[in-house]
Design a binder for this molecule. Structure first.
Ligand SMILES: *Cc1c(COP(=O)(O)O)cnc(C)c1O
Length: 413
């Protein structure tokens, strides 16, 4: 092997003990023979084999590269980096966050199985378990995000899976990952944690006992609102032996281009999460002091009900998503006030996404939670006066100035 070749292969064999920030920048497959510094984008659906014998071996072993539904070098670099960041043996990338949850269900559940899931998880997650998998005879009990006794009471002999998301959208409720993992394991079940909001930059659920960590990489991992992507991180026994074969059959693989975008996003994830989290806390404190605001939901505020747990579990950071509730006499007045604040902004984006460098303002009651009945919304704590803010990288004062345009011109309070 030439010196050049040796050096090239070495780039994929990093020394032991590197810190998370380094792993997020450096973990990838070895570069190609050209020695590119930025990971290459392999836009190819298939791979030419050297001969029939070797082709047969690769197909039988499901290793090396044969066809991009099975694996692709750009996607594999992303998977290696994600696993390194979450501290798991392996990861598998998927086309969206929802397809990552679909993969969990297809890989681990069968008719007659039972799931316990927090009632505060992402809306489509609830539909996937309750509606789509309900059709196939999988039953799901929805329980409180924060009351461990409700989780314990929901366990049945056929419970296979606990599914949790923390912190949640939009009320930023935090659940105790370690306690849920212990409870699931004692019941012979697995714990899956949707880590979309905190990301591995702040929280590594596998280190707290979660069996699988799920991501919508569409959000903070991309970080600039460009592509859809998802992932599952866990042991080799789960990722390679259970989910790999299911994925090859189902085919909701991540496109190489999207994998490449996320791979580059991960290089700045640690910096972005810390900066956006700190800005979110500054905005939250500013909102808490405003007379028009009844309540602010942000895990890094001492007034948050699970503040201490959140700080312990999330590296001392609250995350970049917060929400706040306006004071109002009636739901109609609350909605009018919320719409006025949203419509008065000139910098923030009115959209239903989060995790972008551009701050995004959302009215959950008429968007993400718009299809619930008023009673369901109230049970979920989503009032008409609630506004969600995903804090980006603009100057904090420009974000608060933009909110002030509406807050300072509210008519009836
Ligand atoms: C967006 C989101 C999902 C779904 O991810 P997609 O990439 O949109 O499919 C799942 N969970 C959480 C917490 C999310 O925010």
């Amino acid at each position: 092997m030439s010196h050049d070749e040796e050096r090239r292969l070495q780039r994929a064999q990093l020394p032991e003990g590197l810190r998370p920030e380094t792993l997020a920048v450096r973990t990838a497959l070895a570069p190609s023979q050209h020695g590119e510094n930025s990971e290459a984008l392999f836009l190819t659906s298939t791979f030419v084999q050297p001969n029939a014998e070797e082709s047969a071996r690769r197909f039988a072993a499901s290793e090396d590269f044969t066809y991009s539904r099975t694996s692709n070098p750009t996607v594999r670099s992303l998977e290696a980096r994600l696993a390194a960041m979450e501290g798991t043996e392996a990861a598998i990338a998927t086309s969206t966050g929802m397809s990552a949850i679909l993969l969990v269900c297809m890989g681990l559940l069968k008719a007659g199985d039972h799931v316990v899931c927090s009632r505060s998880v992402f809306g489509s997650t609830i539909n996937l378990f309750a509606k789509e998998f309900g059709k196939f005879g999988v039953e799901t009990s929805f329980v409180s995000q924060t009351d461990l006794q409700e989780w314990r009471d929901a366990i049945r002999p056929n419970t296979r899976l606990f599914f949790a998301e923390t912190p949640t959208n939009p009320l930023t409720e935090v659940c105790d990952i370690r306690a849920l993992a212990d409870m699931a394991h004692a019941a012979g079940a697995m714990l899956v944690v949707d880590n979309t909001y905190a990301t591995p930059a702040l929280q590594q659920p596998a280190k707290m006992g979660a069996d699988l960590v799920m991501h919508s990489a569409t959000k903070f991992m991309d970080g600039q609102g460009r592509v859809m992507a998802g992932a599952l991180c866990g042991s080799n026994a789960l990722i390679k032996d259970v989910f790999g074969p299911v994925m090859r059959t189902l085919g909701m693989v991540l496109a190489p281009f999207n994998a490449w975008v996320i791979l580059k996003g991960l290089e700045t994830l640690n910096l972005r999460m810390r900066a956006q989290s700190e800005s979110a806390l500054a905005v939250a404190k500013w909102l808490e002091a405003r007379p028009e605001v009844a309540r602010v939901y942000c895990p890094s505020l001492p007034s948050h009900p699970q503040h201490e747990l959140a700080m312990r579990q999330q590296s001392g950071q609250g995350g970049a998503v917060l929400s706040f509730e306006l004071r109002a006499d009636s739901p109609e007045a609350a909605r009018a006030a919320a719409f006025h604040i949203i419509d008065s902004t000139r910098v923030l984006s009115i959209a239903t996404n989060l995790g972008d460098t551009k701050s995004i303002i959302t009215h959950p009651a008429t968007t993400s939670h718009g299809r619930l009945s008023e009673a369901q919304r109230q049970a979920a704590g989503i009032s008409q006066g609630l506004i969600r803010l995903s804090v980006g990288l603009e100057h904090v004062d420009d974000i608060t100035d933009d909110l002030l345009r509406g807050l300072s011109t509210l008519k009836s309070l």
